[in-house]
Structure formats: C-alpha cells, structure tokens
Design a protein around this ligand. Structure first.
Ligand code: BGC
Length: 739
C-alpha cells in the first residue's frame, strides 16, 4: 500500500474507531519498505513493555506479538518428525483437539540414511506445509547433534555421526520448511550429545574437535540453509549454559557465522539473567512452568527475560541496546513468517504427506546383512511366514519425549506385511517377549492394549513353536520409545538389546535358520548372534507408513538403498567415547577424550572392525565400481577438483547406490583422521546400466581446523580421494596434490 493511501485508510479507520469511544488514531506499519526498514519502523513504534513481552513465552509454546500493531504471536511446535499435538495453554497435557492428528514422518535418523538430498527437501517441505496449516511459524527442528555414543537417548532425532553428511542433509530440510513461511529452529546448539545430566553437565572439548565435528552441521544450517532460528542446548560449555553462552552464541554463531536469526532457549534452559541479556539469547521458553522440574504455573512474568529484565532496565542498571537487538531479530522472523503475505497456506495430514513419508522410509531402510539372499522373501516358495517380536505390533509414534506425536494413523509392521502378502502366504504372529506395554505421552494414547498375562517362558515357547512351523521367520524387535531406550531425558544403559531379545533370537535361529532380524531403533545395538542370523535389516522409526514401507522392502517391491549414518560397534569399548572417556561423565563434567575420533574415525584409527560400518548398506542387486579418475593432478587454493567413477549395476534388479568420497591427507602437521567423508551421490541404476558419478570438492574438503591459528587450514601436499560403498569398503582411489 502506498503511504498516502495508508494514511487515508488510517484516518478513516481512526474515525471509525472514535465512533466507538476511542480517540487515538491506530498506528499502522508501513509495509512498503525493505525488510530492515520495516523492522526499524516496527521497533520504533513499540513500547518498552511490548519489547520485553516479545522475548519470552506467554504459554507453553507461544510468545506474544504486538496486537496494537497487528504483529501476530509466535507459535512454536515440535518437531522434528511431525507437528506436535496442541497442548493446553500452561500445561504439557494435550488440549484434546480432534483435528490435530498429523502425519508422522520417519525419524531423522532414517532421513539421513537415505543419503538423498532430495528426500531431505521433500521431508522439509512436507513437514513445513503441516506446520503452516496448523498456524505454527517456528518448527522446533531439525536436530543435528552428532552421534557420539550409541547410548544417547536422543540419537534417533539426529542425523548420525558425520558432520559433513549431517550438514548436507540439514540444508535442504531447512529450505523445504522455510519455503512455507515457517522458520526452522535447528537444535540443540551445541554439544548436547547425552541426556544424562543434560541440564547440568559441562562439556569439555578441544577447539579442533568442536569446529571439525560438532559445529559444521550447525554452520551449514545457518549459512547454507539460512535457518531463521536456532535452539540453545541444555548443557554447559566452558561452565556457561549453552542457551546463553558467550562463546557459542556471541563469538561463533553471531560474529564468526554472521547469524541474523533468532536464538530460542530450550524449554527451561535459561538460568542466568545477566547472561541471558548479554550473550545473544533472544527468546526464553519453558522456564518455571512446571515443564521440567519446578512447579509454578502461569509464571511467565517471572521469566528472566520478563519482569526481572524490565526492572533492571527501569532502574537504569542495563540499557535497552541488547533488548532492541533481540526484538529486531524476532521482528525479522515475524516479517519472514507470519507477516509474509506471499506464504502458502499449507496442508495437513494429507495422502501426499503420507506418501512422502513412505518414500523416505523406503529409501532410508538399510539392509545390513543378506546371507544366502534370504531377502527379499521369495513368495513363490514361501507358504508360511512367522512374524515375531513386540515391535511388529507396537506403535512407535507415541513416546520418546518432545518428538512424540499424535499421528493420524500408523501402520504396524505386522499389518503392513499382512496387507502386502497376507493373500499369498499364511502369516502367524507371536510376540515372543514383553517390552513396553505402555503407550501414552502427555495424554496422547496409542490406544493399544499390550497387557500380557503369560509368563516370559510361555511367550518364548509360543514363538519357538511358531518359528518351527514357518518357512521364514521375521523377527521385528529392537528398541522402543520408553525411558532408557530411544527416548529423551535419559540414556540407554548398555548396547545390548533389551528384554532378553538376544536369547530369544538365538533360540529361534536354532529351530529355523531362515531368520531375518529387523532392528527398529534409532541407535546401534549389539548383535552377538550376527553369524547365525542370515538377514538383518535396520528399520528405524518409520512413522505413519512404517509397516507398508518395511513390507515393500522385505518382499522386494522396493530395492533397499539406505546406508548407515553411524557405526555399529561390536561392543561399547569399540566406540571412542566409551573406550577413552567416561560417558556420561562424573560430577557433571564430561570430557570428549576421543577428540576428533568419533564413529568411523575411531574405528579407522584403532583398526577396529565394526559390526556394521558407517556408510554400509546392501542392495538386492550388485554394483561394480570402475577406476576413479581426477580431472587434474594438482589443485590450487581457489580451484576445484572433480573425481569421476563409473558405477555399474551388475545384477538383475534396478537399484540405487550411494557412492561415497572420503579424503585422506597423507601428511599433515597435526594428527588427522585416516579419512573423512567429503562427498557423496546417490545414483539410480537400472539392471545392467552404467553411469559415471562425478563429485567435485574444493580445498575446504582438504582443510582441518588449526586451533592455534583459530582458522581452517589446507596444507599443501599429497592427498588421496577414496571412493567407497561404505567407510570400510573402499573400491578405488586416486592421488592428487594441493599446491
Ligand atoms: C527439548 C526440545 C523441544 C522442547 C519443546 C525440550 O525438552 O529438548 O528439543 O523442542 O523441549 O518441547
């Protein structure tokens, strides 16, 4: 609207308002200007109280706008796997709406395992549409904390152990979300790699490890993804809580990376007024509202960034400079989300979203082992299928903490299999063990009655007899979303499968050697029976379409193409954090003694053979790699180098392979990992087809973080480009130099 028209409308409206007994002409925002000016315009019209109000919550998931100026409230939602159910204003319990059942997308672990940037984009766009439809303008996700230990209860919400892979997958997710006028809030910044003592633990990590392992995905999210928001984590770093951490928020995020977005606290993560004012935090959520451990209700005025902050300003003890900065950033977010006239309207719980989730699930499922080609299930010769295990029937979208969902529906693996093959083969089910019979979170109930009166011995006996009579046994087990499994708030107690599943698997395979173990989890588990069991599938938490996607892979409608995004160690001490460290720490101190050597970097260094390696994943077809070539022998500092390799599908089925590029620095002044992932491409190949895969890198792929210089350094010298089908299956390599 032009200024003159605006004033005319304002005057007209003002006179209308005065008819109703008001005499002030309303103030209007001039929206004809560029973003920066509009922000300043709005800021200049706000009172001190209105500014303070914007910086903290008014309910569990919302913060005030400025009603007088027509600036809407901000509404947040978890994230990251679907749009959380509506909760009551000041309580965690669900509000009881009947129109908030969402699409449950696969967990981010599964998304990352697709190694397909298009899938991340599809995911982001789909969940962004759901958030938009539900009128949320901030999605609390995605999470990119690095998989440091297989015991971290929240690994399922993240994208694995590799900083490059996480960075590549998070960027399209964010762009997908944000194209809907919804801000992505990347979490949890930073070093939130365990749940034990998460509110109090102080993480000690050297700068190199921080910059090379724990920060790159956040940096990519901010700089390449353009994330509009970031969430501070609960833990401490250098003795300061991360939600108001001078080093992370001011020095790195704002100064080094130039982040202009909003820093949002994790719920209840603010502990210090002075630091909250000065160290780069913008919005405070979850403090003192009975969310975590304390119990004052409707205490939003008591938040650090509420009355206490206002009081300091009024007493002249702090100025308003920091406050204005915070409000500027929040206004910017509002202008780009709720006040963006061009944003679409969104859509919710649609068939398209269910199918998007299914596609992602199909591409993320990982075939870990397939001896004697036990999979896909051959329906020509299979008359009877025994399905065993609690996870074949248990709903996994309810539970696990803040990512818990009220899903419109969830297809269980058993139902998926019945639907797909029930008319061709007999399916017999036995639960085999009782794990977690509960199924509720904040008032959302799974509705399943999993109560079981029979003894463990009876259940086991039934499973064995069912297995004996079948042509093939599909054991669907793993972890679940209850405490000390894949769940927020606590870590796992060990690497072993819970509920005596190992014993059951070993007994079953004695009576029927055609056994496939499907591991439903977001974490690695130990598999002491790995040599006895021919088929192993990593089935993740797959959301709404879980059972359908799994069935398609098991029968071969879909040829698996997922690859692991973290290492499965044989035993806990094969993981650096456990071999060298004291995970989860003592006296609230946790030191990352393994340094850079996380995941495959540790396995490589110690020459440990993992149970399953990072990047591993089989297919129902086979691929042959040609010899990798480089387009030049020598690279100069501002140059790029491209590696080309031919990949052929040598089997009888169409399939897709993830071609991985690792770089080795042959000689360097500082110790470096044996190799590091620096590129990948997922390539679809028809049976018999050959394609050339090209991966281009620049010197950033050769660099390490020199902590003395506090800079990324690429040292001239000899390097090798390794092309592999996993981190332990290198097919071909080529040497090159950096000048
Ligand atoms: C979690 C966040 C989540 C927030 C709001 C916290 O407990 O750490 O990831 O977004 O709650 O539910």
């Amino acid at each position: 609207m032009k200024k003159n028209t605006l004033i005319a409308v304002a005057l007209l409206f003002g006179s209308v308002v005065s008819v109703f007994g008001q005499n002030k002409v309303p103030v209007y925002l001039d929206d004809s200007k560029p973003l920066k000016e509009r922000v300043e315009d709005a800021l200049s019209k706000m009172t001190l109280e209105e500014k303070i109000a914007m910086c903290h919550a008014q309910s569990k998931f919302s913060s005030p706008g400025v009603p007088r100026l027509g600036i809407p409230e901000n509404w947040m939602t978890d994230g990251p796997h679907g749009i959380r159910t509506e909760v009551l204003w000041d309580e965690w319990s669900q509000a009881g709406w009947t129109n908030d059942s969402c699409t449950a997308f696969p967990a981010l672990t599964c998304l990352a395992a697709t190694w397909n940037r298009d899938m991340a984009s599809l995911y982001g766009n789909s969940i962004g549409q759901e958030a938009r439809y539900r009128n949320k303008n901030v999605l609390l996700g995605p999470g990119v904390n690095i998989y440091r230990s297989p015991l971290n209860g929240r690994n399922f919400e993240y994208m694995g152990e590799d900083p490059f892979l996480s960075g590549q997958m998070v960027v399209p997710y964010i762009k997908g979300v944000q194209q809907n006028g919804v801000a992505a809030c990347v979490k949890h910044f930073a070093l939130n790699n365990q749940e034990t003592d998460r509110n109090t633990v102080n993480v000690n990590v050297d700068d190199r490890t921080l910059y090379e392992i724990y920060l790159p995905a956040f940096k990519a999210a901010v700089q390449e993804g353009g994330a509009l928001a970031i969430m501070g984590s609960y833990n401490k770093y250098k003795g300061q809580q991360c939600c108001h951490n001078e080093f992370l928020l001011k020095d790195i995020l704002r100064k080094e990376w130039g982040f202009e977005g909003v820093v949002i606290s994790d719920w209840g993560g603010v502990h210090d007024l002075n630091q909250a004012i000065h160290n780069g935090l913008d919005m405070e959520f979850g403090t003192w509202t009975n969310g975590l451990s304390w119990g004052t209700s409707n205490a939003y005025d008591n938040y650090y960034l509420a009355q206490p902050y206002l009081k300091l300003i009024k007493e002249g003890k702090v100025g308003t400079e920091e406050l204005d900065e915070k409000v500027r950033r929040i206004l910017r977010l509002s202008f780009l989300t709720t006040m963006n006239r061009n944003r679409p309207f969104g859509s919710f719980a649609t068939k398209e979203h269910a199918l998007a989730g299914r596609k992602i699930a199909e591409e993320g499922i990982v075939l870990l082992q397939n001896k004697n080609n036990i999979l896909p299930i051959d329906l020509n010769i299979t008359k009877k299928v025994a399905v065993i295990g609690e996870n074949a029937i248990k709903m996994m979208t309810v539970g696990g903490g803040s990512s818990s969902l009220k899903a419109k529906y969830e297809v269980s693996p058993l139902d998926g299999l019945k639907k797909r093959i029930g008319s061709q083969a007999e399916i017999v089910y036995a639960r085999g063990y009782v794990g977690d019979a509960s199924g509720s979170y904040n008032g959302v109930v799974s509705g399943q009655n999993l109560a079981e009166k029979r003894s463990a011995a009876e259940l086991q006996a039934e499973a064995i007899s069912v297995a004996k009579s079948a042509d093939i046994v599909i054991f669907i087990g793993g972890l679940n979303k209850s405490d000390h499994q894949d769940a927020e708030g606590a870590d796992r107690k060990g690497l072993e499968l819970p509920y005596d599943q190992d014993k059951l698997v070993s007994e079953l395979v004695k009576v029927n050697k055609n056994l496939v173990f499907v591991n439903i989890s977001g974490n690695a588990v130990a598999m002491p029976w790995v040599n006895e069991v021919p088929g192993i599938v990593q089935g993740w938490f797959l959301g709404t379409e879980a059972g359908n996607a799994l069935a398609e892979v098991l029968v071969g409608d879909v040829n698996p193409s997922g690859k692991l995004t973290f290492t499965f160690p044989v035993k806990l001490t094969d993981n650096g954090a456990h071999a060298l460290g004291d995970f989860p720490g003592k006296n609230n101190e946790q030191t990352y003694r393994e340094g850079l050597f996380v995941g495959y970097r540790y396995a490589d260094k110690q020459k440990i053979k993992p149970l399953f390696s990072f990047g591993h994943g089989l297919s129902y077809t086979t691929f042959e790699y040609g010899k990798v070539t480089a387009d030049k022998k020598e690279l100069t500092a501002d140059d790029k180098i491209t590696f080309n390799v031919e990949v052929k599908n040598t089997g009888k089925r169409d399939g897709a392979e993830v071609v991985q590029l690792y770089i080795t620095d042959l000689k360097s002044s500082l110790p470096r990992p044996v190799k590091e992932l620096k590129g990948f491409e997922k390539v679809a190949l028809k049976a018999g087809e050959t394609k050339t895969v090209s991966i281009t890198v620049d010197k950033s792929a050769l660099s390490f973080f020199d902590d003395k210089k506090h800079a990324w350094v690429a040292e001239p010298g000899d390097f090798e480009a390794l092309i592999g089908a996993s981190s332990s299956d290198i097919k071909t390599k080529v040497a090159f130099k950096l000048k």
